[in-house]
Design a protein around this ligand. Structure first.
Ligand code: NIG
Ligand code: FE
Length: 375
């Protein structure tokens, strides 16, 4: 592989290597496997506090839905995130993001959504931007103001949606490239979703959605028809939703970490997605409540074991299709001349092994735009 100015210039057998500049640095990777840098296209890795105690309650039999209805769950992280300083949020998130980078991640999407008031949402978005400025990884910020109903708006969801659309979306324009919403019986309904997504489109944002995670709402179909770049979770997705996603080439971002950690039994309709040609991405969904997972290869493994993807589909899910879910597949996600030289070098003997080994860190080095960032 020849790299110039951070981009892949040439790729092929050493025997056909073109003559290269004598001043070029030559790096011998000793025959190791090189993959595109991993793209984690759905995370909530900026947050305050921890939900380990809530997890214990879930183990004792209380459901995620019930905890949310009691004002815990997402809202307990909202309280901790509102109380945290910007520095505390940065430090804790940087720690998590460094773990992802050491695991081969070169691009990450990070959502706001634990503020649920303009001040805290902006605080989160500033932290998200600082993470991209401070660490060798591309960070794609998403505004998730409509993640849950904040306590101040109890019983008045339409007033909160009006605030999201009227005040928050214009104010976060400089800070986020995409807008996401949690459409679910414990969050926002279909008309509210349509209002937020349409307003986001009018403001020039890309749109994404947390869809069909705990029940079937018809939200993936709605989002696909509105032009969403991805619909995420999708455990309860039904055929009309798959058809709409196929028609609009909406990426299906599956989140097996959340399925695993919430002990779900309803699997997303992988066979139908495949049959209809919907691109499938996989992401960590890293968050304190439903997926405290900072291990992208474990996610690839879960994509195979829990959802029935092939190892190659899983690897494509955390690289090229994840890049597609962010609208950047012309830049990253595969090893091709012209793309960024974002690379991960692995101590494995075959691509399948990337998704196969559990609890082993085979990442040997990470290159961001052609520069080694793992020391
Ligand atoms: O993607 N489903 C909604 N949002 C997150 C969970 C957030 C939380 O529990 O803190 C998710 O699973
Ligand atoms: Fe999520």
């Amino acid at each position: 592989m020849a790299v110039r100015k951070g981009r892949i210039e040439w790729l092929g057998a050493s025997s056909s290597l073109p003559t290269i500049d004598s001043s070029a640095d030559v790096i011998d990777l000793k025959g190791r496997l090189v993959s595109p840098g991993i793209v984690d296209c759905h995370t909530h890795l900026v947050f305050g506090g921890s939900r380990a105690d809530e997890w214990q309650r879930r183990l004792e039999g209380v459901s995620y839905r019930q905890i949310a209805e009691e004002g815990g769950g997402i809202l307990s992280t909202v309280r901790a995130t509102r109380a945290a300083s910007e520095e505390q949020l940065y430090e804790s998130a940087a720690h998590r993001l460094k773990a992802l980078i050491r695991s081969g991640v070169t691009t990450v999407e990070i959502k706001s959504g634990y503020g649920l008031d303009l001040e805290t949402e902006l605080k989160m978005l500033r932290v998200i931007r600082s993470l991209g400025d401070g660490l060798p990884v591309d960070v794609h910020p998403t505004f998730l103001g409509a993640h849950a109903l904040p306590p101040e708006f109890l019983g008045r969801p339409d007033d909160y949606i009006a605030l999201v659309c009227g005040e928050m979306l214009p104010a976060v324009k400089e800070w986020a490239s995409a807008v996401d919403i949690f459409t679910e019986s414990i969050a926002f309904d279909l008309p509210q979703t349509e209002q937020v997504l349409r307003t986001a489109i009018d403001h020039g944002f890309q749109i994404k959605i947390h869809a069909e995670q705990l029940s079937h709402m018809g939200s993936a179909k709605l989002a696909a028809e509105l032009g969403a770049i991805s619909a995420d979770h999708l455990e309860y997705l039904q055929r009309p939703g798959v058809e709409a996603m196929a028609r609009h080439q909406t990426v299906a971002t599956l989140l097996p970490g959340a399925y695993y950690f919430l002990n779900e039994t309803q699997r997303p309709p992988v066979e139908t997605l495949r049959e209809m040609g919907v691109p499938i991405a996989l992401a960590s969904d890293m968050n304190p409540g439903s997926s405290p997972v900072m291990a992208p290869l474990l996610i690839a493994n879960m994509g195979c074991t829990l959802f029935g993807l092939t190892p190659l589909e899983s690897i494509r899910g955390v690289t090229l299709n994840a890049a597609r879910a962010l609208g950047i597949d012309d830049q990253v996600g595969s090893l091709e001349p012209g793309k960024c030289a974002d690379l991960a070098v692995w101590n494995v003997s075959s691509p399948n092994e990337l998704a196969y080994l559990i609890g082993h860190q085979p990442c040997r080095a990470v290159y961001k735009s052609g520069r080694c960032v793992t020391g």
